[in-house]
Design a protein around this ligand. Structure first.
Ligand code: FAD
Length: 283
């Protein structure tokens, strides 16, 4: 199929993009186009205006500032995947990004696009929730920062308001061990279930633990009760197994043709156990 007709604007600046978005209620941003173009072609979305931000250079940057990575929304996945800074400061993100589609998709796709698309099975929204990232949104009147945990409202629904553009993603650096554990039907498909974890230790005792799960609810899930079951304890097999069960209990998986809900919940436990164990070994 071909897309329904729409007006196209190639924005030359952030100001021009925001003005166009705020002037047309059903306008859509075009970043890498890896999700938007199929949706247009399948006529699942029919915007009257598409605002192309690919020439807005001020949205494309990657730098370390005050103990965190500041990443422009238009930064391509491939830039993040090959960045030494990302690998040393936020290795969980570096590992997770390799799971996003295939090289051709990562060459065009952008971090902001993946987050704004808010697919519950996507890797990067869950990574951002695990790492307590902050998202800067710019609208016609103001700029605001939205915590990753408050950003994802449901499948393909975010806290971005009318006329707002995601401009910057701030990701705190992390120490210790980390792990990505993902189950999908084919290599590099969207996750049936994926778990992203970091662990820091003081001696044998867990100092901090972060666990986020993709594919197991309408939004990425931060498994806080499971994290609390780890902190302050030695990470024995029993402690890790209990946390894995608590993480699975926090999920609300879909029941669809790809996998039944019970299977996804069981896999959430299995993958959490593996992720914590691997993160502990690297801590
Ligand atoms: C074959 C295939 C396999 C894939 N596999 C995976 C996978 O395994 N994991 C995964 O996570 N994804 C996967 N994807 C999806 C894809 O990688 C991402 O969704 C995509 O990279 C999103 O970024 P984009 O820049 O292409 O966004 P676009 O497609 O341009 O936009 C996506 C949505 O976000 C909005 N948007 C974009 N940028 C902004 C912004 N700055 N502010 C506000 N709104 C914005 C758009 O309006 C649109 O609604 C796959 C895609 C394909 C085609």
């Amino acid at each position: 199929m071909k897309a329904a007709p729409f007006e196209y604007l190639r924005a030359a600046s952030l100001g021009e993009a925001i003005e166009a978005l705020s002037g047309t209620p059903d306008a859509r941003v075009l970043a890498g186009g890896q999700s938007l173009v199929p949706l247009l072609n399948l006529r699942q979305v029919r915007p009257t205006l598409v605002v192309d931000i690919n020439r807005v250079d001020e949205l494309s940057f990657l730098r370390k500032e005050n103990g965190q990575l500041e990443i422009g929304a238009l930064t391509r996945h491939r830039v993040l995947e090959t960045s030494e800074t990302v690998r040393s400061e936020v290795p969980l993100l570096a590992e997770a990004i390799g799971y996003v589609g295939h090289p051709a998709i990562r060459n065009r796709g952008t971090l902001g696009g993946s987050l704004a698309h808010a697919d519950p099975a996507a890797e990067l929204p869950a990574v951002m929730v695990a790492l307590d990232a902050g998202f800067t949104a710019r609208g016609p009147e103001r700029e605001r920062v939205i915590a990753a945990r408050d950003f994802f409202l449901g499948p393909h629904r975010t806290a971005l308001g009318h006329g707002e553009l995601l401009t910057r993603i701030s990701v705190p650096s992390h120490r210790g061990g980390w792990a990505v554990e993902q189950l999908s039907r084919r290599s590099r498909d969207l996750a049936l279930v994926a778990v992203f974890a970091t662990v820091t230790l003081s001696g044998d005792v867990c100092e901090t633990a972060r666990i986020a799960i993709a594919g197991a609810g309408p939004t990425p899930i931060r498994a806080t009760v499971a994290e609390e079951a780890l902190v302050g304890r030695a990470l024995t097999d029993d402690v890790v197994a209990l946390a894995a069960e608590l993480a699975a209990a926090a999920t609300d998986p879909p029941d669809d043709l790809h996998a039944p809900a019970d299977y996804r919940r069981e896999m959430a436990a299995v993958l959490t156990r593996r992720a914590i164990t691997r993160a502990k070994e690297g801590a």
